[in-house]
Every structure is written in structure tokens, then in C-alpha cells.
Design a protein around this ligand. Structure first.
Ligand code: FES
Ligand code: FE
Length: 336
């Protein structure tokens, strides 16, 4: 893993309260960022470009200072710089222009010839970017599943949704839709009442715990007490752990890239401490079916941004406990 920035304390970044730019966001799969060609993407409505320099993922503003051309249309030079496709200016991973082909070799480069570079690191097979000094670490798994040799964990799905990242994450936290959107998969129309849940603030966001009896027709035997737990890492990472009395633990993890105001990129991982070595196809298809059911609804929600003021929309004490916690937590750093 390579990192080009460390986590800053609130004191370091002055009086401005942190906003979404002050968090790490997953942007691309590590394998997509190469030394062969630049790749453009959007984060929080900002056009960025990624490439690999000396093995390290680098991310710059996708905008040549000369005439505003997208650097992602360019190429990587043998020296590992990114070259603009228009007049060939070359920028290194720090965003400094190191060559202007229209000048004689050795001519001084104008001091303003540069583009902004951003803090970039790699974790869990993805590239993560922070647009300003990060105030929080990248998410970790609830019980160290990522490093646990007794757990199988793998990157499983990726989606682009025409929905805000916050609406997407809130849906992931919502249990009372299970009997409707996921009837027969995660819930049943015969059992729609939501019992009490515990919500606790944590240093990374919050934790929600909720117990329910497994309805008939879903994966565990009917009547099994299932323990659902959510670990929400602000702003857009969440782990959902399903535990059953036989010690089986399943974790579905989501991290979203807030692409812009009305779209986001979803990265998913699955883990389980049972059925080790067993074919994963069924688990994948099951997860995909659930995500597709969610997508249809979340993409329909209006307004597109998640309203973080609690006076907007109508909330139920109890069934909406996790959503309320999310809106409260997201409010100070700004919703999307
Ligand atoms: Fe990039 Fe001219 S616009 S080099
Ligand atoms: Fe769902």
C-alpha cells in the first residue's frame, strides 16, 4: 500500500468544519490504474484523472492548465508522466509540468505550469482519494474479517447507480423494506413489524444492532433468531453483519464513490466464516438480485440528494432509527 497523505487532526485544518472533501473516497479498482494509460473519473462533481507513476497510484485534476483540455485523453510518457493530448505538456504525479514540447529543451518552465494533485492511497484492492486533508481513516471490517484466515472475504460486485451516494447508503441501512423489496430473500410479508434497535455513536460513525426472527422461506431455518448489525463509517462505507445462533457470520460491505450530485459508484465485498471453499455463485446471484431490487427504488427517490434536515420527509421512531442516525451524522458534513 502506498499513501501520499496522512490523516490530519481538526486542529491542522483550521476552523472550517470538515465536509465531504475531508474524507477518503473509493474511486477505482487498483487494477484500472496503470502506467499504460490515464483513466478519467469524477468525484464529488470534480473531473479527475488517475495513472500509475513508479508503481504508485496518482490522481490529478483532469484539466490541463494551458487550455483546459482533459488530461485523461492523453498518454503516459516513458518517464511516467501524463502528457496532455493537445500540445503535449507533461505533468508528473505531483501535478508539476516538467516539459513543454514547444520550448527548446532545457528552457525554464513557467512557475504556474501545474495542476492540482490529490491525496491517494490503495486499500482493499481499490484506489481511495481525499480532495482535502482527511479527518477520518478508511473503513475497517467489524471484526478484522479482512485479515482473518478463518473468514473468506472477497470483492464481489460493482455498480453505477443514478442516485446519490447518501440515498444509496441509507437504503443499505434500512431494514423495514426487507419484507417488500426482498420478499422471500431477506424478509416476508407475513412479518413486517420492526422491533427495537440499539443505536450507538462511534468514533467512525455509528453502530446499529437489531434482532429479528427469521421468517419462513429465507435462508436460515424459519424462527431462527438473526442478529443484524450495521457499522456505518462516515460518510459512505457500511458493513452489514448477519449473525445466527450457530455462529455463522455473514458480512456484506459497501463503499460508495460520490461521483456527483446524482450518481454514485458502489463497491461491494462479501465475507462469511462458513461454507469455506464452497462455490460462491449462489451467494453472488442472491446479492445481485437484492441490489437490483434496491436500485430500482433508490434511483426513483426525489429529491435526489438525501435531505439531512429532519424536518424534511417523515420519519418513524423505531423502524427508521438507523436512517435517523445517518441523517443526523451526515448533516454537519453536508449531504449529497
Ligand atoms: Fe494541454 Fe495545451 S491544452 S498542452
Ligand atoms: Fe435492500
Amino acid at each position: 500500500m502506498t499513501t501520499t497523505a496522512t490523516v490530519a487532526s481538526l486542529d491542522d485544518i483550521g476552523a472550517d468544519p470538515p465536509d465531504l472533501t475531508n474524507y477518503w473516497h473509493p474511486v477505482l479498482e487498483s487494477a484500472e490504474v496503470t502506467a499504460d494509460a490515464p483513466i478519467g473519473f469524477e468525484l464529488l462533481g470534480r473531473r479527475l484523472v488517475a495513472f500509475r507513476e513508479d508503481g504508485q497510484a496518482r490522481v490529478l485534476e483532469d484539466l490541463c492548465i494551458h487550455r483546459g483540455t482533459a488530461l485523461s485523453l492523453g498518454w503516459i510518457t516513458p518517464e511516467g508522466c501524463i502528457a496532455c493530448p493537445y500540445h503535449g505538456w507533461e505533468y508528473n504525479g505531483d501535478g508539476r509540468c516538467v516539459r513543454i514540447p514547444a520550448f527548446e529543451p532545457g528552457s525554464p518552465i513557467p512557475s504556474g505550469a501545474g495542476v492540482k494533485s490529490f491525496a491517494t492511497t490503495e486499500r482493499y484492492g481499490l484506489v481511495w482519494v481525499a480532495l482535502a486533508d482527511p479527518v477520518a481513516p478508511i473503513t475497517e471490517w467489524p471484526s478484522g474479517e479482512w485479515e482473518d484466515p478463518n473468514v473468506e472475504i472477497w470483492y464481489s460486485h460493482r455498480y453505477s447507480w443514478h442516485a446519490s451516494a447518501a440515498r444509496t447508503v441509507e437504503n443499505f441501512l434500512d431494514v423495514s423494506h426487507f419484507p417488500f423489496l426482498h420478499d422471500g430473500l431477506l424478509g416476508s410479508r407475513d412479518q413486517t413489524v420492526i422491533g427495537p434497535s440499539d443505536v450507538a455513536e462511534t468514533d467512525y460513525g455509528f453502530y446499529v444492532s437489531y434482532k429479528a426472527l427469521e421468517p419462513g422461506g429465507v435462508h436460515s431455518p424459519s424462527g431462527t433468531e438473526v442478529h443484524w448489525e450495521y457499522f456505518l463509517w462516515l460518510p459512505f462505507s457500511v458493513h452489514l453483519r448477519k449473525g445466527t445462533p450457530d455462529g455463522h457470520s455473514t458480512v456484506v460491505s459497501l463503499a460508495c464513490r460520490p461521483t456527483n450530485d446524482d450518481s454514485n459508484e458502489l463497491f461491494l465485498w462479501l465475507s462469511r466464516n462458513y461454507d469455506l471453499g464452497v462455490d460462491r455463485t449462489g451467494f453472488h446471484e442472491f446479492t445481485h438480485e437484492i441490489m437490483e431490487g434496491d436500485r430500482r427504488v433508490v434511483e426513483s427517490q426525489r429529491p435526489v440528494p438525501l435531505p439531512v434536515r429532519l424536518t424534511e420527509e417523515l420519519h418513524l421512531r423505531g423502524p427508521d432509527a438507523a436512517a435517523l442516525a445517518y441523517r443526523r451524522a451526515l448533516g454537519p458534513i453536508g449531504g449529497i
